[in-house]
Design a protein around this ligand. Structure first.
Ligand code: FES
Length: 102
């Protein structure tokens, strides 16, 4: 069962910002897309590229290493249904960004 854990504050994630947070061996990528905070597994499943360093267009992030793309809202990729990146629910409480960690 997942539980919500504070991984950041809103002050650390202004609109357009991305932040990598490590928690219990997993690396989470937090993005502020037009005021909405989204969380995705930050390690690209191709060869481990850092998705928070990728460019973002809407909710589509492009891995900076070889260009794989992921929708950070759904975890889906244009590469096809066999690859899906984990995404995590986010809850805001006051200034705290809480992420549903597995
Ligand atoms: S490591 Fe991300 S596309 Fe290769």
């Amino acid at each position: 069962m997942s539980r919500f854990v504070k991984l950041a504050t809103l002050g650390e994630l202004p609109v357009g910002a991305a932040k990598e947070v490590e928690f219990e061996g997993r690396v989470y990528g937090l993005f502020n897309v037009n005021g909405e905070i989204l969380a995705i597994d930050a390690i690209c499943p191709h060869q481990g590229g850092p998705l928070v360093d990728g460019s973002l267009e809407g909710t589509m992030v492009t891995c900076p290493w070889h260009g794989w793309q992921f929708d950070i809202k759904t975890g889906k990729t244009p590469l096809g249904p066999k690859i899906k990146q984990a995404v995590f629910a986010v809850k805001i409480e006051g200034q705290e960004v809480l992420v549903a960690v597995p």
